[in-house]
Design a protein around this ligand. Structure first.
Ligand code: TYD
Length: 131
């Protein structure tokens, strides 16, 4: 996992940031989805992906991404629209502490496939430790 800083073009009319396949994003983007209108106190995620890699961006507002690598837990707060969090495959993730009107943008290298989800934490931990 790592933080990616996207280019920032600043002028008196405001700011512009962007990312492109394989330049700022370390994979080919296949799918984009976004999470919004999260009620206070709700959590998203609660799973890992066997293959899928993602980059998560707080386009607006803020939230925390809690990542577990099978041994350690890391909490990353996202609150800048020019920063992305790269999450490789086989990281358990939870998104929580969403601010009002926050908007999470997620880009992925895979089409949606429920078969790629690991939704049982113990199963994830076993697979990770035996990898
Ligand atoms: P899920 O990935 O479990 O949500 P999150 O991890 O953000 O809490 O997805 C929630 C539901 O949406 C689930 O029924 C699958 C569906 N879904 C799609 O159909 N396509 C998609 O690209 C995504 C991300 C989810």
């Amino acid at each position: 996992m790592r933080i990616i800083n996207f280019p920032k073009i600043l002028d008196e009319r405001g700011n512009l940031s962007f990312f492109q396949n394989s330049a700022e994003i370390p994979f080919d983007i296949k799918r984009v989805y976004w999470i919004y209108d999260v009620p206070g106190g709700e959590m998203r995620g609660g799973h890992a992906f066997k293959e899928q890699q993602e980059v998560i961006v707080a386009l607006s507002g803020s939230f925390d991404v809690v990542l577990h690598d099978g041994k350690d837990r890391h909490k990353i707060s996202l609150n800048r629209s020019y920063m992305g969090l790269y999450v490789p495959s086989m990281y358990w993730r939870e998104l929580e502490n969403f601010s009002t009107n926050s908007l999470a943008l997620i880009v992925s290298d895979c089409a949606y496939d429920e078969g790629d989800y690991l939704r049982d934490f113990d199963q994830f931990k076993n697979l990770k430790q035996n990898a």
